[in-house]
Ligand binder design. Structure first.
Ligand code: PLP
Length: 406
């Protein structure tokens, strides 16, 4: 391995601090990753040197900002290997990207009685927008279940896909179970029956190399803040033939071509879907995050994170009463667990006081909690800046707490 983790950690000054007088261990990158200095500095530089509103200004600052903003669109296009820049729509996050598709695809393609398949392991962001659309259009949501080991039961798709099915919504990587879903296979099964697929890549982008053309995804969505970029920036990728038939999601400046009180015509792609002033500094700084990740080499990052995952899993399983949810071999990023007889909130709160940041609660995935009949769970998740030593310290802390609370 050529990754120099000690050096990488220097790019993330936030990690080098004490909380409650204990060295911080940040195991909550699946919720939001920390940002390297290059991202923070870019945002500052923009505000200090060339901030202006984009697309509309005929002056130097606006031109500079517009050029940089549009250059990031090209960077994202290459990053996910999209065919053209018009297919990259900037949003404020995965949630907004899915709401955009659910609304706009729904308006264009979904009619009363149609069905949308949503997997049981989705984040609420990939469930609720479809339910809202289904309610509006008189459509129906059909659940694709997962097995207790965290494997999506994709063989059921043969039964679940009917002539009424319009779209399948599936996470590339589950935010609770960590499962890497076989999205390529799902897409090919769906396409064989004329069904479209939206892939929620929120938990995949920082861990996997994604090629939207190779996957043949109809829509692929993700958030910048989970891959070392700023919060408030998301991506919605879509196939051009779909995007061009879909109506705008929001109305306002930039998304129009001409406005009169009699009739308004809409701008071309991608601007048709980008109403109003976007997160200019965020998008431009996101470009730095992509470059940062590319420089590290995403395959090496994935290998390293997998090493952390395997090591932590082995250590956790030494603890009596340990129940890990999601035990697939094809797993990435996160481990979710409970310890028999101990409430996850108690554990989470006490870990926090020991300087260890973990996620506790229902993980924005009520159906997953219901599947295992658990009120809440604990999740630890990793990024490239985490270390084996941190895992050892976490396991020591956990063992002490189990002895105390168990
Ligand atoms: N989808 C998945 C799988 C997620 O893990 C998350 C956030 O945790 C989201 C969607 C929502 O992302 P955001 O809050 O950035 O919109």
């Amino acid at each position: 391995m050529t990754l120099d983790i000690a050096n990488i950690r220097k790019d993330f000054p936030i990690l080098d601090q004490k909380v409650y007088n204990k060295p911080l261990i940040y195991f909550d990158s699946a919720a939001s990753s920390q940002k390297p200095l290059c991202v923070l500095k870019k945002e500052e530089q923009l505000h200090v040197e060339y901030y202006g509103n984009i697309h509309r200004g005929a002056h130097y600052l606006a031109d500079q900002a517009t050029n940089d903003y549009e250059a990031v669109r090209d960077l994202v296009k290459d990053f996910i290997h999209a065919k053209s820049r018009e297919q990259i729509i900037f949003t404020k996050g995965t949630t907004e990207s899915i709401n955009l598709v659910a609304f706009s695809y729904g308006e264009a393609f979904v009619a009363k009685g149609d069905e949308i398949i949503v997997t049981e392991m989705e984040h609420h962001a990939n469930i609720v927008p479809w339910q809202m659309m289904a309610e509006r259009k008189g459509a129906k949501i059909v659940k694709l279940p997962f097995a207790d080991d965290g494997r999506l039961e994709i063989e059921l798709l043969d039964q679940l896909i009917t002539e009424k099915t319009k779209l399948i919504a599936v996470a590339h990587v589950s935010n609770t179970l960590g499962t890497i879903n076989p999205v390529k296979e799902i897409i090919s099964k769906a396409h064989a029956k004329g069904v479209k697929v939206l892939v929620d890549g929120a938990q995949a982008m920082s861990h996997l190399k994604v090629d939207v053309q190779e996957l043949d995804a109809d829509f692929y969505v993700f958030s910048a803040h989970k891959i070392y970029g700023p919060n408030g920036v998301g991506i919605m990728y879509g196939k051009k033939e779909l995007l061009s038939q879909m109506p705008p999601y929001q109305g306002g400046g930039e998304m129009i071509s001409q406005v009169t009180f009699e009739k308004t015509t809409y701008n071309e792609l991608p601007y048709k879907f980008e109403a109003g002033t976007p997160h200019i500094t965020g998008v431009i700084a996101f470009g730095e995050a992509i470059r940062y990740l590319q420089n590290l080499n995403i395959e090496e990052v994935a290998t390293y994170e997998h090493q952390l995952l395997d090591y932590a899993t082995g250590k956790l399983l030494e603890i009596p009463g340990m129940q890990i949810y999601g035990t697939q071999k094809e797993k990435s990023g996160a481990i979710t667990f409970n310890i028999e007889g101990i409430h996850p909130f108690d554990l989470g709160t006490m870990l926090d006081k020991m300087g260890i940041a973990v996620r506790t609660g229902r993980l924005c995935a009520d159906p997953v909690m219901d599947h295992y009949q658990q009120p809440a769970m604990i999740r630890i998740s990793f990024a490239v800046y985490n270390t084996l030593e941190e895992i050892d310290q976490f396991i020591d802390a956990l063992k002490k707490l189990v002895a105390m609370l168990g």
